[in-house]
Design a protein around this ligand. Structure first.
Ligand code: IMP
Length: 160
């Protein structure tokens, strides 16, 4: 209930901020699929959505090295882009990836993340929409996994 209430609030904020515009949401797989789904269904504006995949994380520790992105077919030139992330930890993944998107000259680019481990964030990033600031602990559920498992939990649990 708490998660969904917050996600609806975020959708309302985005609806207000993007009234009359038509943002393209780029949701980063796999972890963001539940958040993206709940966020997207509560928007009250015209919006597009696509999913992309970045490879960077194994086990409990983020390597942060974005190896590749798969699935970005849209041309971002002139678009109002909103990146949808499950969690920003060190920030390295997005910090490394954003220049690739900016290279395509979108009209604007913002980041919406459900969770932010602000105490762990080492790479400068402006996070425009943040669901919850959480302690620097590993969490699973609501799309987030530990070695592939736990994504299906409706709740979010601290693992260790
Ligand atoms: P960053 O590059 O350190 O910001 O890591 C970002 C990515 O690491 C996220 O998109 C997640 O896939 C993964 N990640 C970071 N912390 C957690 C966690 O507590 N649980 C599950 N995945 C996590």
């Amino acid at each position: 209930e708490i998660i969904l209430k917050r996600v609806k609030e975020m959708a309302n904020d985005i609806t207000k901020d993007y009234a009359g515009r038509r943002p393209l949401f780029i949701a980063i797989l796999n972890g963001s699929f539940m958040f993206a789904s709940d966020l997207f269904k509560h928007l009250n504006i015209e919006a597009e959505l696509c999913f992309i995949k970045l490879a960077s994380y194994k086990g409990l520790k983020s390597s942060g090295n974005v190896v590749t992105s798969i699935g970005l077919e849209d041309d971002l030139f002139g678009k109002e882009v909103i990146i949808v992330e499950d969690i920003v930890d060190t920030g390295k993944t997005l910090h490394n990836f954003l220049p690739k998107l900016l290279h395509q000259q979108p009209r604007s680019m913002r980041i919406a993340t459900l969770l932010h481990k602000s105490a762990a964030t080492e790479f400068p990033l402006t996070l425009d929409y943040v669901g919850f600031d959480i302690p620097n602990k590993f969490v699973v559920g609501y799309g987030l996994d530990y070695d592939g498992l736990g994504r299906n939990f409706k709740e979010i649990y601290q693992l260790v």
